[in-house]
Design a protein around this ligand. Structure first.
Ligand SMILES: Nc1ncnc2c1ncn2[C@@H]1O[C@H](COP(=O)(O)OP(=O)(O)OP(=O)(O)O)[C@@H](O)[C@H]1O
Ligand SMILES: [Mg+2]
Length: 249
């Protein structure tokens, strides 16, 4: 996925100006920057949800206007804007499994129900499949949306603050699965305010400032929102067992 010279105006004002960003196959690119710097706008423009006025967007080597393989792109919006009052978690995640189709048009193996169950296990929600989505906590809803994107078995994940409100235990588990996705050739564009959980997997970081790319390179050692970097980690290793330590509230 790549963007070159992207310009977006919203409400008559320039929100993105001459933005270049590339997410090579098999890499995780973090999109950082202050509130209002244009991160969500950039992601929405890439997905065709917000129109752009100038520049070029390419997905899997195709211009966005010609691209038809959208099911190969898994998207987790910044906030759960969906109103799913009577829908169970299992059903939400199965939507992703039903949408799955590789960009070459082939459907990967596996039944939707099984794919949904596997994705729920990855985010630590295997036991809550029958709960109403509405009854989950904010962080659990965020994890459920990630499970939905994973169940889609996409080639590109576009994640807008996927760890916001998620406890450290589950951040670690999710980080492990995202790293695995990337190692298997998946590409990830992820908006983050806290980079610590994913620091080991981030191949490049792009920092937006007032709608422009201010930095593009290795993860900055001390980005403005990276508050806990120098604090010792209190988290034990091997956190993907499904057992929650008692000290996590
Ligand atoms: N529909 C809109 N009309 C006018 N201005 C908008 C619209 N949507 C966003 N903006 C403006 O665009 C700028 C960038 O917003 P955006 O949501 O992309 O920021 P962000 O980097 O994702 O911030 P945050 O970290 O708070 O999520 C902000 O100044 C915002 O007010
Ligand atoms: Mg945002």
């Amino acid at each position: 996925m790549s963007v070159a010279g992207l310009g977006v105006r919203l409400g008559g004002l320039p929100v993105l100006r001459q933005v270049d960003i590339e997410v090579p196959v098999g890499q995780m690119v973090a999109l950082l920057g202050a509130n209002g710097s244009g991160k969500t706008t950039l992601i929405r423009a890439v997905l065709g949800l917000t129109p752009h006025q100038s520049g070029r967007i390419e997905l899997f080597g195709r211009p966005q206007a010609e691209f038809k393989g959208w099911a190969a792109v898994g998207y987790v919006p910044q906030r759960a804007t969906i109103s799913l009052h009577s829908t169970t978690l299992g059903e939400v995640v199965r939507c992703g499994a039903l949408a799955r189709r590789r960009r070459d048009g082939a459907r990967p193996a596996g039944r939707p129900k099984e794919l949904a169950a596997a994705a729920l296990a990855k985010v630590g929600l295997a036991d809550q499949a029958k709960e109403l989505f509405l009854h989950l906590s904010g962080g659990q809803q965020q994890r459920a949306l990630l499970a939905r994107a994973l169940a889609q078995e996409p080639d590109l994940l576009v994640l807008d603050e996927p760890l916001a409100g998620v406890d450290l235990f589950h951040q670690e588990a999710i980080a492990t699965h995202l790293d695995q996705f990337r190692r298997q050739g998946g590409s990830i564009l992820v908006v983050l305010h806290e980079t610590e959980a994913l620091a080991g997997s981030i191949d490049r970081a792009v920092v937006l400032s007032e709608g422009r790319v201010a930095q593009d390179g290795p993860l900055p050692p001390d980005p403005p929102s990276h508050r806990h970097e120098h604090e010792p980690s209190t988290r034990p290793a091997g956190l993907v067992t499904g057992m929650e330590p008692r000290w996590i509230s």
